[in-house]
Design a protein around this ligand. Sequence first.
Ligand SMILES: [Zn+2]
Length: 292
Amino acid sequence: MALPSDLPVVDHHCHLAPSGEGVGAARRFRAAGGTDLFLATQSYTALPPRSLEEYRVQFETTEAMARRIATEVGIRVHPVLAPYPVDLLHQAEVLGAAPATALQEAALDLAGTRIAERAAVALGEVGWPHFPYPEPLRPAVEAIFDRALRIGRERECPVVVHAEEFDAEAFRRLAARASRCALPAHRVVKHYQRTRLRPEEFGGLVPSYLARRDLVREVVRSPGPWFWETDFLDDPARPGAVLDLETVPRRARSFLDRFPDEAELLRVPFQDSVERVYGFRPEPLAGRGGTP
Ligand SMILES: [Zn+2]
C-alpha cells in the first residue's frame, strides 16, 4: 500500500558520512517514502577530535551534509550535534583528563551555540561510553553529561542520550537527574531503545526505538511521545551493523498493508512526537504524490 500523501515519514536517528554512501542513502530513503532525517554528527576522521577547532570542522561537516541532502534530495534534514561520549577516552589518553573534560565541555557549548543559531535542532549524542571505561574518568563523564543537560535547559532544546539499554529504574534515575538540571523530561530522548516499557515507566522521558520489525509491532499503539530510528551508520566496512536507511518508511508501509485503517497511529512518531519534543511539526513534502 502507498503511504498516505499527507503523512511525513521520520527517521529519528541516523549518521551519514562524506566517505560513505551519504547523499545516495538519503535518496533511497526518499524513494522509499521518507521525508525527514534527524542526522547525528559523528567523528568523520580516523581519530576523534583533539581540539575545539576539530569539533568545529566536524559539526560543519554534519551541517554541510544536511544542507546538501536538502538541496539535492529534497527531504528535510535536522542536524543533531555534540561531542561523542566515547571520544573522551581517547582525548583523556592524549591530553590528560582535565583538558579532555574541558574540550568536551567547550564542544558542548559550541553545539549549543549552533542550536541557538538554528543550524541544529538538538544536542546529541551525549551520555556515557557504552563500554567499560577507566574508573578515574567517571567524575568527568558525569560532569560532562550534567553540562549537556544544562545546555539543553538554557537553549530550550532536546538532549539525545546515548547509554546502555534502559529499564524503568534507569529511566527514573535519568528523569530525576534532568529535573535536578531543570531540563523538562520531555526534552530528554533515550536513543536506541530496544525494550518496550509501560508508558508511565519512562518517567516522562522519550524513547526512540530501534525500528526492528518486532519492536515496531510492539510499540506502534503506544501513546506518544516516542520515535523510530535506524541508527544507520553509513560505514561501508560495517554493512548491516545497524538498520538500513530505508527501514522506517518500509516498516510504515508494511504496517499499513496489514492495518490499512490505522494510518492515524503513525502520526504519533512522525508528527505529534516531533512537535512535542522539538517544537515543530513535520508536514508532508510538496509533490510526493508519486511515492512508489
Ligand atoms: Zn548514533
